[in-house]
Design a protein around this ligand. Structure first.
Ligand code: NAP
Length: 301
């Protein structure tokens, strides 16, 4: 029997584990892929208070080490279902069932796809969603980064150090990400912006050999030969497994306020997976603390 079962080992989930353990609660964290969440694939984090600069990977490692050193239990398992059982919750995972007095959902978000048939087939064969994980495989090659947010800008910067040419393809003529990053990219000789263009298709049978774009202003299609396509078109929540126990909004986010309280007493939602305005590292950490303290209060009631 655990006091707090945490679904998701990203910044929100691991922060909740740190706060839970420090409050003397028996805490378990379930993570289906890799600990650290989204931030692990950020090349540089420069906006976390008190840390001027750190790689996302190092940040994630520090966080999971901190949770482990406080004796939080970290389990590699996918949570399939959560059910109320008497006063407690039965958490069904790919590694068996667990009973928890409270649950914190900190499921974060997953990569949004372009939705092309070829994208599915060529994932891992030239299509990637993580520049810091896969960038080195494209050393000396030409690649395209799709997207106009901070992730796409950072990915393009990161890849410009490895690749001979980086095309940054954005669907509008203005970037969503920070001007500071855009300015850094403008100074790179091997980076070319392709604005107001959408991806129509991907070419290549077994490996990517190009990306077919459509110029939204002229309506013309054109192909750029690349061996890698890094898709950075945002994130979407993945809360389908919990839709029958907590209320979701129309976009799939768990309805919860700053107190992280959901529609189901005893279940809390922390970080990017909940309805909120600002999805940043620091707000994910703040939610982790708020959710853990709310769970402790619920147990005391
Ligand atoms: P994002 O800010 O939502 O940007 C997604 C981009 O993809 C937008 O430019 C969007 O275009 C474009 N897009 C969406 N769907 C598309 C489609 N189907 N085809 C083509 N383009 C499409 O996502 P993100 O860049 O992953 O960033 C998510 C959050 O994390 C943001 O708040 C960001 O600031 C933050 N972040 C922070 C750091 C850091 O340094 N701490 C690093 C990375 C990300 P439109 O602009 O036209 O909508």
């Amino acid at each position: 029997m655990y006091d707090i079962g945490i679904v998701g080992g990203g910044t929100a989930g691991l922060t909740a584990a740190i706060y839970g353990q420090r409050a003397g609660k028996k805490t378990i964290v379930f993570e289906g892929t890799a600990y650290g969440g989204q931030i692990s694939s950020s090349a540089r984090v420069e906006n976390y208070p008190g840390i001027a600069v750190i790689s996302g990977f190092e940040f994630s490692m520090n966080l999971s080490e901190q949770a482990k050193s406080l004796e939080a239990e970290l389990v590699s398992a996918q949570v399939q279902e959560i059910r109320k059982e008497g006063e407690n919750f039965l958490v069904t995972t790919s590694r068996g069932d667990y009973i928890c007095k409270t649950v914190i959902l900190a499921t974060g978000m997953t990569h949004r796809h372009l939705g092309l048939e070829k994208e599915k087939h060529l994932t891992g064969s030239g299509v990637s969603y993580c520049a810091t994980c896969d960038g080195a495989f494209f050393r000396g090659r030409d690649v395209a980064v799709i997207g106009g947010g901070n992730t796409a800008l950072q990915d393009a910067l990161f890849l410009s150090a490895y690749c001979s040419k980086v095309y940054l393809v954005h669907r509008r003529d203005e970037f969503r990400g920070e001007d500071r990053l855009v300015e850094q990219l403008r100074k790179k000789e091997n980076v070319e912006f392709i604005m107001s263009a959408v991806v129509k298709d991907i070419s290549g049978k077994f490996m990517v050999d190009g990306v077919i774009l459509n110029n939204k202003k002229t309506g013309e299609d054109f192909t750029i030969p690349v061996s890698g396509i890094f898709v950075a078109v945002g994130q979407i929540p993945g809360n389908e497994n919990f839709a029958d126990i907590v209320e979701l909004d129309e976009n799939g986010f768990i309805r919860a306020g700053e107190d992280c309280v959901t529609s189901c007493p005893g279940i809390f939602a922390a970080g990017d997976c909940r309805t909120k305005e600002i999805r940043q590292l620091v707000t994910a950490a703040a939610d982790g603390a708020a959710a853990a303290l709310a769970a402790c209060k619920y147990i005391r009631m």
